[in-house]
Design a protein around this ligand. Structure first.
Ligand SMILES: [Zn+2]
Length: 229
């Protein structure tokens, strides 16, 4: 059992469905979770026109966006049943298509910001609206004071991810809080990051007891989620 490699406490969660929901609801939940893992837990996800494979089963499912998936056009998600055995890889056996709208909190400039300037409280306002483009985290309130403009930005402009360089949320060598999720079980551990990363990045983390290296996705400042495949 992989959770035991961590040597930690196991807690149960009641997240996914007590009363067998239908396949559509299970897939929607999986898509929301997949997008939030890439764009941040504050993302609000609205799914339109979901198309499932014929006869898709009603069990617990995970969704993985196509590598080239972008907001603003229809997206495809690989679907796989959540393994009921700890440590088992997800078998991606179906594909769903959906039109998805994602609102994220992000920063608008209040005034012109020159290239190279550090973003301060006075430069920006926090707003929320639907965004297009790649599935990545947008700079939000946590970017204030720790990011620089990569180009000249005019007033009243969206600060898109590519317009700022931010000090990473996880530094190489930093101790991080890791969670590992298998079905309804969540394990927690203190691991050490081997790479730096921001929200949604997949990095290597090391268990200091076993020296074993795992893959994990950055979900916050000093926080990662171990991934199993
Ligand atoms: Zn905006």
């Amino acid at each position: 059992m992989r959770a035991l490699l961590f040597g930690l406490i196991v807690a149960s969660t009641s997240g996914s469905g007590a009363q067998a929901p239908d396949a559509d609801a299970m897939v929607r939940e999986a898509i929301v979770e997949a997008l939030r893992s890439r764009m941040g837990t504050e993302a609000e996800v609205a799914i339109e026109r979901l198309r499932l494979p014929d006869g898709w089963p009603h069990g617990a499912v995970q969704a993985r966006p196509d590598p080239g998936a972008r907001l603003g056009r229809p997206m495809r998600f690989a679907l796989g049943a959540t393994p009921d055995r700890t440590g088992a890889a997800v078998a991606w056996t179906g594909v769903a298509e959906a039109n998805v709208h994602v609102q994220v909190p992000h920063l608008h400039t209040r005034r012109a910001v020159p290239r190279g300037a550090t973003i301060t409280e006075a430069d920006v306002a926090l707003v929320r609206h639907a965004v297009d483009g790649a599935l990545r985290a947008w700079p939000s309130a946590d970017a204030i004071g720790r990011s620089r403009a990569l180009r000249d930005v005019g007033p009243d402009t969206c600060l898109v991810p590519a317009s700022l360089a931010m000090a990473p949320l996880v530094r190489a060598g930093q101790e991080v809080q890791a969670t590992a999720r298998v079905g309804v079980i969540v394990a927690e551990a203190r691991l050490v990051a081997a790479d730096r990363g921001d929200i949604g990045w997949v990095i290597r983390v090391v268990n200091p007891r076993s020296r074993r290296t795992l893959k994990a996705r950055v979900v916050g400042a000093g926080m990662v989620e171990v991934i199993h495949d």
